[in-house]
Design a binder for this molecule. Structure first.
Ligand code: ATP
Ligand code: MG
Length: 257
């Protein structure tokens, strides 16, 4: 069997001395979309920040393997260069830095020598056209005054240009209207393919009406208490998280695709 794109083994993570993730195991293969669902405060963003190597999130036990290599000790920028992409739940604005400049810098960092500055304009314009993004977007400051939908468009544009191998999308569900939700979903469907693995983090199952995941995992109180196929998302929608929250211990056998 080939090496999985992402393999998380018994991951324990502390934030400011408090254990938030309590033994998570998960495997994402290339070409798959895995949805990670869970109530507020269950540790979803903690997992995404840990995967990206945020210094505040301390791995106290377990491992994260990316393409078979242990990520311990690898800083955030090195992880990004290696093809890991994180779309933040709450992206910050960067006044003074245009979308075009931001993406040019990011592409240079990601592709190094292989990045051809002369080609940038063409590649950038083509990507915007393909995603149906207005040209005026290029000169706006990153996330500055962006609507929810525009932030999502920017996220998808970044992914298209940076060509990650692993994309972790920590989705804001609150405040996103149905059009913005569709934008993300269409973007994900446009980008998904055999070379990309996606961890789609979401509180509600709404987005999964548009994106069909290969697997769904339920995170409660820092533990994955259930994994299954896409139907699990519908079950959660119907029952909510409450019936799962009484489970103090995760089941012995966790189905993992
Ligand atoms: N940087 C941090 N500093 C202090 N506490 C943190 C930090 N990050 C996470 N936590 C704590 O870890 C727990 C899990 O938070 P996390 O943001 O991972 O939840 P979440 O599942 O993403 O929730 P939501 O659905 O609201 O986005 C919370 O108790 C939170 O207060
Ligand atoms: Mg979160």
């Amino acid at each position: 069997m080939s090496v999985p794109l992402l393999e998380i083994k018994d991951l324990h993570v502390q934030v400011e001395g408090k254990e938030i993730l309590k033994g998570i195991s998960l495997r994402v293969e290339k070409g798959q979309v895995h949805a990670l669902m869970g109530p507020n405060g269950s540790g979803k963003s903690t997992l995404s920040n840990t995967l990206m190597g945020h210094p505040k999130y301390q791995v106290t036990q377990g491992q994260i393997l990316y393409r078979g290599e242990n990520l311990a000790g690898l800083k955030t920028d090195a992880r990004a260069r290696a093809g890991i992409f994180l779309a933040f739940q709450y992206p910050t604005s960067i006044p003074g830095v245009s979308v075009a400049n931001f993406l040019r810098t990011a592409m240079k960092a990601r592709f190094g020598e292989a990045f051809q500055p002369k080609e940038f304009r063409k590649t950038f314009k083509a990507a915007m056209a393909e995603l149906g993004i207005d040209e005026g977007f290029a000169t706006r400051y990153v996330n500055d005054g962006f609507s929810g939908g525009e932030k999502k468009r920017h996220e998808i544009l970044q992914m298209k240009l940076l060509k990650p191998e692993l994309a972790i999308l920590d989705e804001t569900d609150s405040g996103l209207d149905i059009d913005a939700l569709r934008t993300v979903a269409e973007g994900i469907n446009h980008l998904r393919g055999p070379e990309l693995g996606i961890l789609l983090i979401t509180h509600y199952q709404r987005i999964l009406n548009y994106v069909q995941p290969e697997a769904v995992h339920v995170l409660i109180n820092g533990q994955i208490i259930r994994s299954g196929g896409k139907d699990l998302a519908h079950e959660l929608e119907a029952k909510g998280y409450a019936p799962y929250e009484v489970l103090k211990e995760p089941p012995k056998e966790i189905v993992s695709k």
